[in-house]
Design a protein around this ligand. Structure first.
Ligand SMILES: N[C@@H](CCC(=O)N[C@@H](CS)C(=O)NCC(=O)O)C(=O)O
Length: 215
């Protein structure tokens, strides 16, 4: 098994958490997004969208972080990323998709670069865009988490696919929000703190990765 990622990528971070939760330690390859290595022909042959992560497992090449997480969950069922019961599984998926489909893509590197370089918006407008979509998403997520099913983690007291998405998204938000501002989302931040105390989440942290660069 081999995984392509980048220390700062939220989507690659999701897969690192998933691998660590499953106790898997595949070979790693690094794609430097700031150096545009994601658009090199050999990487595009693996991942035509030019996005990290990509996972290879034997003959299978898998793109899309959530598809990779579900693949790992099916091939290595313990510990499970989804709870028992269709309604609870749907709840966890809804939390994960709120982040992965409705928050993260709007603030992805290529979108931000398009705003700055092609549409020529200034830095202040760029930052406002970023902060706005985080706030819209986190307000909704905070309400979704208030349904009585949240425990130490997003769903009960064990990590699920929702937490795999939540932690990288909070890391991402911290680049443009002070901790005092993020305190407006107490459920999200309590789950974030509990996840950070878990060894698998620790192992997946950006600063623990071989390609980490400060700043
Ligand atoms: N939906 C994709 C999103 C992947 C994605 O957006 N990756 C980002 C890093 S978090 C990326 O590679 N960005 C490169 C770019 O924007 O050029 C997934 O979940 O794998």
């Amino acid at each position: 098994m081999k995984v392509w990622g980048y220390f700062r990528s939220s989507a690659a971070f999701r897969v690192r958490i998933a691998l660590a939760l499953k106790g898997l330690d595949p070979e790693q390859a690094f794609v430097h997004l700031r150096k545009a290595e994601q658009r090199a022909p050999d990487y595009l042959a693996r991942n035509p969208l030019g996005l990290v992560p990509t996972l290879e497992d034997g003959p299978a090449t898998i793109t899309q972080s959530l598809a990779i997480c579900e693949y790992l969950d099916e091939t290595h069922p313990e510990p499970a990323f989804l709870p028992e019961g269709a309604a609870d599984r749907a709840r966890v998926r809804a939390l994960a998709y709120t982040i992965a489909c409705d928050i993260h893509p709007i603030n992805n590197l290529r979108i931000l670069q398009y705003l700055l370089k092609t549409l020529k918006v200034d830095k202040a407008a760029h930052d406002e865009w970023y902060r706005h979509w985080i706030a819209v998403g986190f307000e909704a997520l905070e309400k979704l988490l208030a349904d009585g099913k949240t425990g130490k983690f997003s769903h009960g007291d064990t990590p699920t696919l929702a937490d795999i998405c939540l932690v990288p998204q909070v890391f991402n938000a911290k680049r443009f929000y002070a901790d005092s501002e993020l305190a407006a989302y107490p459920r999200i931040m309590a789950i974030f703190a509990n996840c950070l105390a878990h060894a698998a989440f620790q192992k997946a942290l950006p600063e623990r990765q071989p390609d980490f660069e400060p700043g």
